[in-house]
Design a binder for this molecule. Structure first.
Ligand code: NAP
Length: 280
């Protein structure tokens, strides 16, 4: 079997071309450029790299980014004040709070302080609840990016058994709800799940979002499955043991170049949508 490579890098690049045109139209109509505010708290190098990549992606489509950098000693109250200021700033169309924030900060309270119309990274409880109920909301960027990637390759979802390994608020949980919203039968696995290999073996669509290098073994996965690896670890390793699978699955995301580019692309796409809504 020749597996389809779910090429997130290529899909993201194609979409960027379309987003550039939409940004040009916003500028022509309103004289303004959509702006994504990025908030980086502390000095974690990986987070700094992700924020930089997101700012670069804004510029590639002609948008601006407003980089807010706060020290690692920032309190919840200080961060809430920053978010309130960005919510009130009419020039800002989207707000990204880079996860994770230092441990003294109540991350959930800060995520939920982001105004729904500026929640272009899809991290608020309100946005999650609306998405889960099938109401309009910006999707959480990584799972929404995965859904867009599956859609780009016309991967059938309805009636399939989707197994999501991981239940984090920004990945596993919204992923499961999005697949359910497309009529998959969904199993969510986590650290207390019993006999994970047996559940993974049932997956027509498998999403690995565990945060442990090659934790999900190739031998657990059935032939013909669609395999989505959200993990990223140094050396280009994901959460799934991918190499032995490429000849016997229906489709798979490479690491890197699968889910990662779609995450950033989704954030930018949703920022452009927000800009279109407020600037016309
Ligand atoms: P996380 O918050 O650490 O969540 C990990 C999840 O895996 C938890 O739900 C945990 O279960 C579950 N888990 C841990 N050990 C397990 C085990 N032995 N068996 C089954 N489940 C287990 O991680 P995350 O933020 O969701 O990220 C997951 C992965 O995606 C990471 O590799 C991360 O780097 C990657 N990621 C990629 C992007 C991207 O843009 N490409 C974005 C975000 C994250 P419990 O809930 O029971 O603890």
């Amino acid at each position: 079997m020749t597996a389809i490579l779910l090429d997130g890098k290529a899909v993201a690049a194609r979409t960027e071309a379309e987003l550039s045109e939409r940004v040009s139209k916003i500028k022509a109509r309103s004289g303004q450029t959509p702006i994504l505010a990025t908030i980086l708290v502390g000095d974690d190098p990986a987070s700094a790299t992700y924020v930089k990549m997101k700012g670069n992606a804004c510029r590639r489509v002609g948008m601006e980014s407003l980089a807010v950098e706060l020290p690692s000693s920032t309190t919840t109250e200080e961060l809430l004040t920053t978010i309130a200021d960005l919510n009130a700033n009419p020039d800002v169309h989207g707000i990204l709070l880079q996860h994770p924030v230092p441990s003294q900060i109540d991350e959930r309270a800060c995520f939920d302080a982001i105004a729904l119309e500026k929640d272009v990274d899809g991290v608020t409880c309100l946005g999650f609840g609306r998405m889960a109920m099938g109401e309009p909301a910006y999707g959480c960027a990584t799972p929404q990016g995965i859904m867009r990637l599956l859609d780009a390759y016309e991967i059938p979802i309805s009636g399939k058994h989707a197994v999501v390994v991981g239940r984090s608020p920004i990945l596993g949980k919204p992923m499961a709800m999005m697949l359910l919203g497309k009529d998959a039968t969904v199993t969510i696995c986590h650290s207390r799940t019993q006999d994970l290999p047996a559940l993974v073996a049932q997956a027509d669509i498998l999403v690995g979002a565990v945060g442990r290098p090659e934790f999900i073994k190739a031998e657990w996965i059935k032939d013909g499955a669609v395999v989505v690896d959200a993990g990223y670890h140094p050396g280009g390793i994901g959460d799934i043991e991918l190499a032995p699978l490429v000849d016997r699955v229906a489709a798979y995301t490479p690491v890197p170049g699968g889910v990662g580019p779609m995450t950033i692309n989704t954030l930018i796409q949703q920022s452009v949508m927000s800009g279109e809504k407020s600037l016309g």
